[in-house]
Design a protein around this ligand. Structure first.
Ligand SMILES: NC(=O)C1=CN([C@@H]2O[C@H](COP(=O)(O)OP(=O)(O)OC[C@H]3O[C@@H](n4cnc5c(N)ncnc54)[C@H](O)[C@@H]3O)[C@@H](O)[C@H]2O)C=CC1
Ligand SMILES: O=C(CO)COP(=O)(O)O
Length: 340
């Protein structure tokens, strides 16, 4: 086995980022038997979590387990950690990691929960992690799947994928977060799992826009299916396994996110579809809708590899080029007719 044994009790995990998903996944790890330190940026949030056993800002009403503590001190959170979980917005990962890298335990597994592609570099999150920390490929993993935080925090059953090129490391992570309500599968296709997660946010924005315009289930199903086709094309061009996109990190996450009112990306799109401007929608939410920024890096990545991604292109035009949603629909529906 190439990594440390993380299975069962005794695993120490640091979760960096105390938003919706970081807090929820910290609870999953604690429920699976790990000792968990959750790092929050703001002292008042860490204090409130410590005092009330609840992250009232992001997950009101969810009782957090006793094995979970919260701190604003990154060194304290990372001290002796076997697993370091990264759960900040994708575009802030690099800056955060520059600060945290000197504190990382030497052989800790670095697990990304993030679903985005870095603007400017078009790097996936695992690539940013490796570049900033210098960690080898066997130490860096990603978790992705149909995992709307609120549902998992309420212990509604869900499955997910842990992707790592090192199968032993993936299996150890699987054991560290397996609970009666959370079922992780392993996969060695890191590229496919990360891309599935990042691109589905863009497709969910498109589905939200369609919903906001008053369109129904046929439109959503068409966007999901053609969105999956373009995600798969891009993934395969980058070396991913096509089968990954039929799995939990592909179709599974796409269906959940494109259909759920809990999705921040879908909800963001819905407001755009109702006619609000990007700035107006941004003013209504503090939480991260990754697709709003990542649509541009996904498009850059696709162009760099000569891959056609019409749904992503349409989302970029509505979000960043002031193209009205109705015009976007006209453009997408008048593309050249072709075989499926
Ligand atoms: N919420 C969900 O249901 C799920 C989210 N994800 C992914 O997990 C990642 C984190 O998402 P959430 O926890 O939902 O986000 P969130 O918006 O709820 O929380 C983000 C956290 O990062 C912290 N942070 C650190 N540096 C920051 C900076 N420079 N700017 C803004 N915030 C900063 C914030 O204080 C906050 O605690 C995203 O990539 C998202 O796509 C993945 C699966 C499910
Ligand atoms: O990734 C998610 C579900 O798997 C969460 O989606 P949102 O970021 O759109 O809320």
């Amino acid at each position: 086995m190439s990594g440390p044994d993380l299975s069962g009790r005794g695993t120490r995990a640091a979760v960096l980022g105390a938003g919706s998903w970081g807090t929820t996944f910290a609870k999953v790890l604690a429920d699976a038997g790990c000792t968990v330190s959750l790092h929050a940026r703001r002292p008042e949030l860490a204090e409130a979590i410590a005092e009330s056993g609840e992250n009232a800002e992001y997950l009101p009403g969810v009782a957090l387990p006793g094995a979970l503590t919260a701190t604003t001190d990154a060194a304290e959170a990372l001290d002796g950690a076997d697993v370091v979980v990264l759960a900040v917005p994708s575009q802030s990962l690099r800056a955060n990691l520059l600060e945290w890298t000197p504190l990382l335990p030497a052989d800790a597994t670095l697990l990304s929960l993030m679903k985005g592609v870095e603007l400017g570099t078009t790097m996936r999150m695992s690539e940013v992690i490796r570049e900033v920390t210098g960690a080898g490929p066997d130490r860096v993993a990603a978790l992705s799947g149909p995992n709307l935080a609120r549902e998992i925090a309420e212990e509604q059953p869900a499955a997910t994928v842990i992707a790592c090129p090192d199968a032993d490391r993936a299996a150890a992570l699987q054991a560290a977060c397996l609970t009666p309500y959370f079922r992780p599968y392993t996969n060695q296709d890191l590229v496919g799992c990360e891309l599935g997660g990042a691109v589905k946010n863009v497709i969910a924005l498109a589905c939200g826009i369609a919903e906001g315009m008053g369109f129904g289930d046929n439109t959503r199903a068409s966007l999901i299916t053609r969105g999956l086709a373009e995600t798969t094309r891009l993934g395969v061009a980058l070396g991913a396994e096509p089968a990954t996109f039929a799995g939990l990190a592909g179709l599974g996450d796409l269906v959940a996110t494109c259909s759920s009112p809990l999705s921040r990306n879908r909800t963001f799109g819905e407001k755009l579809g109702r006619g609000l401007s990007l700035e107006e929608v941004q003013a209504t939410t503090r939480q991260t809708a990754e697709g709003v920024k990542s649509c541009r890096s996904v498009l850059d990545l696709a162009r760099a590899h000569g891959v056609d991604v019409p749904v992503t292109e349409a989302v970029v035009r509505v979000c960043h080029e002031d193209v009205p949603a109705a015009q976007m629909v006209k453009e997408i529906m008048s593309r050249e007719a072709k075989p499926e």
